[in-house]
Structures are given as structure tokens and as C-alpha cells.
Design a binder for this molecule. Sequence first.
Ligand SMILES: [Zn+2]
Length: 177
Amino acid sequence: MTTLKYLNTEACNFEACHPVWNCQNTDSISVSKANVHAKVLVQRYPLLGGTSRRHGASITCPVCFKDKETLQHFLLSCPAYDQHRLSMLARANTVIMTNDGSKSSNLLQMSSEQLVSTILDSSHVDDLDDTSQQALNEVMKDYCFKIHHLRSVLLHGESRYVVATKRHLKTRSSTRL
Ligand SMILES: [Zn+2]
């Protein structure tokens, strides 16, 4: 089941792409990041306690085993991702605080629900100029992707991201020759 609960529909514009779908680059890693972010946004990311869970299956987080693997747990409270979460939130807050128009917004003062909404669709932050909006969107894509990557590595070992990165670097080095 998908949901657009976290999409800021007020940012929809018939003449332009919604800010959340903007992608600065079209290389395979950027596309993978956008893909993961979109899946988490519409709740199609396969969290055990998410909207697409299988009936009767365990919903305990398979990484920390401490709580249900809900969207909030995945994005905000699973202790396995604490280090990445803190550095990404600091990066995001820097983008917001250095934008002249939105000095009143501070991620650290948001409720959990507001923070989840902002991670999934950064256009929820009011008064950002286009450059800051784009920068925040990229940070939030990185945020979801890093947590996704860590989850994949912890559950399955080397992730497809690592394989894709190695292939990307190999292609780049061979085209330079
Ligand atoms: Zn957990």
C-alpha cells in the first residue's frame, strides 16, 4: 500500500516537477538515492513494521531487535543508525540555518512527525530559497540512502550500492585510460 501522507501537496505545480522529484545528477548512484527516497516517501520501502508488511510476519526491527521497525523507528530512533543520523541532521540544519528566509526553522525543535515529513519532503520547510531547497532535498536523499545502505549491509552484507559504486569507479577509471 502506498500513501502520499508525507508529500507536501501545496508544493505541487502543474508547470514544474514537484521539488522532491528534482534530481541534480543522472548517474546511477544519484538515481538509486532518488529511488530509495521515493520508496520511503510513499511507504513502499519494505520495513517490517511498515504499511506493506506481510500478515503474521515479525515486525521487530531486524537490526537492533529493540522496537517495531516502523517508519519513525527507521528514520529517527533505531540506535544502529545514530551516528549517520546525527551527522546528516547537522548537515540539514546547516542548510536551513544559513538560508536567510527561514531562520525560525530548526530540525532539532520539530516534533517527530514534523521531522519525518521534512526528511521525506523537504518542501515542508517554509521560506527556503531555491538553492537551499535543492540542497536540503539532496541532504535528505543522502539521509534515507545512508540509512538504507547501513540496513542492507547489516542484514545482507555488501549491498548493491557498494557493488554499483565499485562498477561506477571501475568504469570511470577505464574511460580515463
Ligand atoms: Zn532498530
